[in-house]
Design a protein. Structure first.
Lengths: 100, 624
C-alpha cells in the first residue's frame, strides 16, 4: 500500500539529487536539468498532499507549475545555446563575468 | 484679502524675475516697479479713509501657521493707523525709488538681480509692517536682513562691498539674538505672541515689572541692531557700499526705520517699563549726537548722509524713549521723504561726477539745477527749518523730550539739531556752490531720475503739515489712537506745540546754517578747513570716535585670531579628518572586504543558499 510517506520520500530523494546536481556538476545543461528535478520533486509532493487532503488546490498548482516550468526551460535553453555560441563553453566555472 | 495680495505680489515678482525674466532686463524692471506701485494703490484707500476715522478698529486676519502641542504660531496681518502709515511710507517711497533705480542702474550687468532683490526687500518689509505677532515679525525681520545683505553686497566683486555686507549681517545678528530672547521672555510671561493679546495681558497686570523691563530691553536689542543705534551702529555707514537707491530705500527710509516701527508696535511694553524707557531714550539721544558729530568730519557724500540717518534714527528712538510714539512715527515718515530725497539727489550727483568725494564736486548748481533745488529743499527739511516737514516732526520730538522733564536729553537734542544744520549746510555749499573742482562734464540726470526727486521734494516740504498743531485730527492723533484702540490709556501725554521749544530749535538751526555757510562758502577751499584748525578733533571725528577701531582690535581680531582658529582646528582635524573622512574610510574598507564574496561562481551562491536553508531547518527543528 502506497502512503503519503512513500511519495514524500520519493520527493525528498529527487530534491536531494537535484540539489547535489546543481551544486556539484560543472556542465550548465546538467545544472539546468537538476533544477528541473528539484521542480518536479516539489510537484510530486504537491500532488501527494492534494490527494491526501482531498483538495484540488495542490493539483491545480501542479498544472500551473508544469506550464511555467515548460516556459522557463524554453527560455533557459535558448539562453544557454546563445551563451555557448558566444563563449564556446558550457562550464559554469568559466561563466564568471559578474564578479569583483 | 487685498492685504494678502499686497504682501504676496512682490514675492511672486521677485521669484519670477529670478527664475524667468532674468534675461529680459526691461521686463524685470517693469514687473518690479509694477509690484510696488500696485502695493501703493492697495494701501491708498486705507490711508485716505484714515483722517475720517482716526479711531478705526484694528483689522486682524490670521491663520494658523504652526500648531504643535502647547504652541500655536500664527501668520496674520494687523491693520491699524500705525501700520497704515508705515505701509504708505514703504510703498510710496518704494515706488519712487524703484522708478529712480530704473534710470540709475541703467546698463548695470546685474540689472535684473537688482530688481529681484528690491522686490524681495519690499515683500519682507511689508511683512514686518503687517505682522500681528512677534514670531512673524521676527521671521520678516530676518528676511529684510537677508535682502539688505544681498543689496549691500550687490557689487560683490568689490571686497569692500562684500565685507560691508558681511558686517551688516553679523552686527544685526547680535541685536537679533537679544530680540529673540525678548520674544521668549514675553511668551514665557504671557503665553502668546499676538501683539493685542500680549497687550491685554500686560494691561491686566499679569506680568511683573521686572519681567517687563527685561523683555523691553531685550526687544530693544533688536531695534539697536536694525536701527543702527550705539553700540551696534557700525554697520550702517559701511552699508553705503550698496547702490545709492538701495541706500535711500533700505538704509535710510524704510528698513532701518523698522526698528523704530517695532518699538512703536510694542510701545505698550515700554509704557509699562519706565526703567527700560530711560535706557532707550539715552541710547537714542547719544546716537543722535554722536552721529551728528561724526558727520561733521566726513567727506564722502553718501557717508555724510548715512551719519545724518544715524542721527535721525537716534532722534526717533529718543522719541520712543520719552513716550512720544506719535512723534517718533511722525519723524519716521517725514524722514523717509527727505532722507530718500537726499540720497537720491546724492545718487544723481554721483551719477554725474563719478565720485563720492564732496571735495571733488563744487559749482554743480548751474549744471544740474533740478537735482540742486530738490536737494536744497531736502536739506532744509532735514535741518528742520520752518515750515519744512522736518521742523514739525523734530519739534514734536523735542517737545516730547522737554515735557518728559529730562532736560539733559533735551539739550542733547538741541545740540544735535545745531550740528546737523552745520554739516548739512557744508554738504550743500561744498557740493553745489563753492569752487569748481569736478573733472569732466557733469550733466543733469534723465527724467526717470529727476521726476521722483521732484515728487519727493514736494512731500519733504509739505508732509510736516500732517502734524500741524491746529489740524484735527492730526498725525499724532492717529498713532495715539492706535494705542487707545488696543485698550491702552494715558500711556502717552498729548504733545502740544511748545513755542519755547520751537524757537530754541529754530535759533539752533539758523545758527548752525550761518556757521556752516560762513565757514565753507569761502573761496579757494580745497579741503576741509576743520582738518587744519582742529586737527585732533577732526581726526577723532573722522575715525568715528575710533569705535570701529576698538571693535576691530578687541573683538574682531580676538575672534579672527582666537575663536576662528580654534574652530578652524576643530573643523579641519576633528570634523573633516575624523568624522567625515573617517566614516568614508571605514565604509570603503568594509566594502573592499565584502566585494571578495562576489566571486561570479553560480555554484558558490547556490551553496550558500542551500547552507542557509539547512541552518534555518535546524533552527526550526530545535524550536519545535
Amino acid at each position: 500500500m502506497l502512503t503519503i510517506f512513500h511519495y514524500l520520500i520519493l520527493s525528498f530523494l529527487l530534491f536531494s539529487i537535484g540539489v547535489a546536481g546543481v551544486l556539484l556538476r560543472r556542465n550548465i545543461i546538467i545544472v539546468l536539468m537538476s533544477l528541473e528535478l528539484i521542480f518536479n520533486s516539489v510537484n510530486i509532493s504537491l500532488a501527494a498532499f492534494s490527494y491526501y487532503l482531498q483538495s484540488l488546490n495542490g493539483t491545480v498548482f501542479v498544472i500551473f507549475n508544469i506550464t511555467v516550468a515548460a516556459a522557463e526551460v524554453a527560455i533557459g535553453l535558448a539562453i544557454l545555446v546563445s551563451v555557448y555560441r558566444v563563449r564556446k563553453t558550457v562550464n559554469v566555472e568559466d561563466l564568471d563575468e559578474m564578479r569583483y | 484679502m487685498d492685504i494678502w495680495a499686497l504682501l504676496v505680489i512682490p514675492l511672486i515678482v521677485s521669484v519670477f524675475i529670478a527664475l524667468v525674466t532674468r534675461k529680459n532686463e526691461e521686463l524685470s524692471s517693469y514687473l518690479s516697479i509694477g509690484a510696488v506701485v500696485i502695493g501703493f494703490l492697495i494701501v491708498l484707500p486705507y490711508l485716505l479713509k484714515l483722517p475720517g476715522d482716526p479711531h478705526m478698529h484694528p483689522i486682524e486676519q490670521a491663520f494658523t501657521w504652526i500648531s504643535i502641542k502647547g504652541l500655536k504660531i500664527e501668520m496674520g496681518t494687523l491693520i491699524d493707523p500705525l501700520s497704515i502709515i508705515m505701509l504708505f511710507v514703504v510703498t510710496f517711497v518704494g515706488s519712487l525709488i524703484h522708478i529712480y533705480s530704473k534710470g540709475y542702474m541703467h546698463g548695470d550687468p546685474g540689472y535684473s538681480r537688482f530688481f529681484a532683490c528690491l522686490s524681495l526687500f519690499i515683500f519682507s518689509m511689508l511683512g514686518i509692517v503687517l505682522s500681528n505677532n512677534l514670531i512673524m515679525i521676527f521671521v520678516f525681520w530676518e528676511l529684510v536682513g537677508l535682502a539688505s545683505y544681498l543689496l549691500i553686497g550687490y557689487y560683490f566683486e568689490k571686497p569692500s562691498a562684500a565685507d560691508a555686507a558681511k558686517k551688516a549681517f553679523l552686527v544685526n545678528r547680535i541685536g537679533d539674538f537679544g530680540f529673540i530672547l525678548g520674544i521668549f521672555v514675553i511668551y514665557y510671561a504671557t503665553g502668546t505672541f499676538n501683539f493685542i493679546e500680549v497687550e491685554h495681558h500686560i494691561a491686566a497686570g499679569h506680568v511683573s515689572s521686572g519681567t517687563l523691563t527685561l523683555a523691553a530691553l531685550l526687544i530693544f536689542c533688536g531695534a539697536v541692531g536694525k536701527s543702527a543705534q550705539f553700540p551696534l551702529h557700525v554697520w550702517l555707514p559701511d552699508a553705503m557700499e550698496g547702490p545709492t537707491p538701495v541706500s535711500a530705500l533700505i538704509h535710510a527710509a524704510t528698513m532701518v526705520a523698522a526698528g523704530v516701527y517695532m518699538l512703536a508696535r510694542t510701545s505698550f511694553l515700554y509704557a509699562a517699563a519706565p526703567d527700560a524707557m530711560v535706557i532707550v531714550a539715552y541710547i537714542g539721544g547719544f546716537t543722535a549726537l554722536m552721529a551728528a558729530l561724526i558727520a561733521l568730519a566726513q567727506s564722502d557724500i553718501k557717508r555724510i548722509i548715512a551719519f545724518s540717518t544715524l542721527s535721525s534714527l537716534g532722534y526717533m528712538v529718543l522719541a520712543i524713549g520719552v513716550g512720544g510714539t506719535g512723534a517718533g512715527m511722525f519723524y519716521l515718515m517725514t524722514h523717509a521723504f527727505f532722507k530718500a530725497l537726499l540720497f537720491l539727489g546724492a545718487g544723481s550727483v554721483i551719477h554725474a561726477c563719478h565720485t563720492n568725494e564732496i571735495w571733488e564736486m563744487g559749482q554743480l548748481y548751474p549744471k544740474m539745477k533740478t537735482t540742486a533745488v530738490t536737494f536744497f529743499l531736502g536739506s532744509l527739511a532735514m535741518m528742520g527749518v520752518f515750515p519744512f516737514s522736518g521742523f514739525w516732526s523734530k519739534d514734536e520730538i523735542l517737545s516730547a523730550t522737554f515735557q518728559s522733564g529730562n532736560y539733559f536729553l533735551f539739550a542733547m537734542g538741541i545740540l544735535t539739531a545745531f550740528i546737523t544744520a552745520v554739516f548739512i549746510s557744508k554738504l550743500v555749499v561744498v557740493t553745489f556752490f563753492g569752487d569748481k573742482k569736478y573733472h569732466g562734464h557733469p550733466h543733469e540726470s534723465p527724467k526717470v531720475m529727476t521726476i521722483p526727486l521732484i515728487i519727493l521734494s514736494v512731500f519733504a516740504v509739505v508732509a510736516g503739515f500732517a502734524g500741524f498743531p491746529g489740524l484735527e485730527p492730526n498725525f499724532g492723533t492717529f498713532v495715539h489712537t492706535a494705542g487707545a484702540a488696543l485698550g491702552e490709556h494715558g500711556a502717552h501725554a498729548e504733545h502740544h506745540f511748545n513755542f519755547m521749544v520751537a524757537s530754541l530749535s529754530t535759533i539752533a538751526v539758523l545758527g548752525g546754517i550761518l556757521l556752516g555757510w560762513s565757514i565753507y562758502s569761502r573761496k579757494g577751499m580745497k579741503s576741509d578747513v576743520m582738518a587744519e584748525r582742529l586737527p585732533f578733533t577732526y581726526k577723532f571725528l573722522e575715525n568715528r570716535f575710533y569705535i570701529d577701531h576698538i571693535y576691530d582690535t578687541y573683538f574682531v581680531a580676538w575672534i579672527y585670531n582666537g575663536l576662528a582658529k580654534i574652530l578652524n582646528y576643530i573643523e579641519v582635524n576633528i570634523i573633516i579628518i575624523f568624522i567625515i573622512n573617517g566614516s568614508a574610510y571605514t565604509v570603503r574598507q568594509i566594502g573592499k572586504g565584502l566585494r571578495l564574496t562576489t566571486t561570479g561562481q553560480l555554484q558558490n551562491y547556490a551553496f550558500v543558499m542551500v547552507g542557509g536553508v539547512l541552518v534555518l531547518m535546524i533552527i526550526f527543528a530545535a524550536i519545535l
